[in-house]
Ligand binder design. Structure first.
Ligand SMILES: Nc1ncnc2c1ncn2[C@@H]1O[C@H](COP(=O)(O)OP(=O)(O)OP(=O)(O)O)[C@@H](O)[C@H]1O
Ligand SMILES: [Mg+2]
Length: 292
């Protein structure tokens, strides 16, 4: 168990409690616009790059000098034993660690070349580009429609029936809920709730969807639906997923990053290479279940 005491539902798109009134493609506050484009590029382009990333909670280091490049329109899996910093790493990418007082980030993380920790970057705008889905499905106690609408409203986007349908379709949930949009999101099954959370996360049309063990609270059938969905999502989004399930990582990811205790990134390569021919013996031991 980790100490993820971040208030994740509200936080995922709107940590500062503010509603963005002027949505556009820029990450930076509208009053301090920096240069730099964040448009989509060709495949294999790097979307997110970390350089010499360290994350501390007080004096404890949770991420140790991590440099990695996350390619667009691919699934990158983060694996490693409990407490090795996977969630911490993920939370850096949409600045949710800002919400943890004792957390301190050193090094750089860029999103399409823009340093996301720059003082003129608006975290709310960043979280529109970098959506997040958590281990435990966490729909709001609101209607299905309002759950998706929230993802739009919090970013100052127009809420239209079309956008709601589009998001629910993209999350492979529309057919199951189209006749009950006014019913509570909490009345859905766990797997449906998770897909609703995915719909909420993608409603603002992010570039990246971060998923922290999104299927570990689900039964195998529901989990498999989410895996199929991830396969589809990656055509439009870049997906970074934390999983403890080796088979899942092997099945759905293109790249795998292996973290080990102390927050060290010990291997980052094509998933087939990591699983079939890892460089580091510790990775082989971890993958084959000798520890972790
Ligand atoms: N809010 C926090 N305050 C202090 N320390 C924290 C906090 N969150 C995480 N940590 C510490 O940072 C380290 C990495 O935790 P993290 O939750 O990122 O690991 P993880 O790889 O996601 O683990 P798990 O697989 O159990 O979810 C751990 O030592 C953890 O105790
Ligand atoms: Mg975790």
């Amino acid at each position: 168990m980790s100490q993820n005491d971040v208030p994740d539902t509200e936080a995922q798109t709107n940590a500062g409690g503010e509603t963005r009134s002027d949505p556009d493609d820029s990450l930076v506050r509208t009053d301090v616009r920096a240069t730099g484009s964040t448009g989509h590029g060709g495949s294999n382009e790097t979307v997110v790059e970390t350089r010499d990333l360290d994350v501390y909670y007080g004096d404890e280091r949770a991420i140790d000098d991590v440099s990695m490049e996350i390619p667009e329109h691919q699934v990158t899996a983060l694996i490693g034993p409990s407490g090795c910093g996977k969630s911490t790493f993920l939370r850096c990418v949409n600045r949710m660690n800002d919400l943890i007082d004792v957390a301190r980030v050193e090094g750089t993380i860029t999103l399409r070349g823009t340093d996301i920790y720059d003082s003129d970057v608006d975290p709310v705008a960043l979280r529109r580009k970098v959506g997040m889905v958590f281990q435990k499905p966490n729909p709001f106690p609101k209607s299905i429609r309002d759950n998706v609408a929230y993802g739009l409203e919090v970013q100052g986007r127009d809420v239209t029936e079309d956008r709601i349908e589009e998001s629910l379709r993209a999350a492979a949930l529309w057919e199951e809920v189209k006749d009950q949009l006014d019913e509570s999101g909490l009345a859905l099954s766990g797997g449906q709730q998770q897909r609703l959370c995915i719909a909420r996360a993608i409603a603002p049309d992010p570039e990246i969807v971060l998923m922290d063990e999104p299927t570990s609270a689900l039964d195998p059938v529901a989990a498999s639906k989410i895996e199929d969905l991830i396969d589809e999502l990656v055509e439009d989004y870049t997906v970074v997923i934390v999983t403890h399930n080796m088979q899942q990582a092997a099945r759905i990811s293109d790249k795998t990053a292996v973290f080990l205790t102390g927050g060290e990134l010990v291997e980052f390569d094509d998933t087939t290479t990591v699983f079939e021919n890892p460089d580091d013996d510790r990775v082989e031991d971890y993958i084959t279940g000798k520890f972790g």
